[in-house]
Design a protein. Structure first.
Length: 88
């Protein structure tokens, strides 16, 4: 009989702790939502996504410029070769 009473006491304690945890989480979420912290987090996530998109666009721009520089250097080298061949 004593073991059953102990088990019942443990379950009652667990249930009260669980209720306390749920209430604490709910109150914390309500407070954070009320002060705008949740919106700040959403804004930060949006800014992070925009920054990632800008970084990707910048990388693509840099690759395009590098390709243009390489093409210009090849054209200059081809022109030198043609000029040397014409002068001989």
């Amino acid at each position: 009989m004593r073991a059953r009473a102990s088990i019942a006491a443990v379950w009652a304690l667990r249930e009260s702790n669980m209720s306390l945890r749920i209430i604490t989480i709910f109150v914390t979420a309500s407070l954070l939502g009320g002060c705008g912290l949740a919106e700040v987090g959403a804004g930060a996530a949006a800014n992070g996504a925009a920054a990632a998109e800008q970084a990707k666009a910048g990388q693509q721009q840099m690759e395009k410029v590098q390709a243009d520089v390489d093409a210009a250097q090849k054209a200059a080298a081809d022109a030198r070769v043609a000029a040397e061949a014409a002068s001989e």
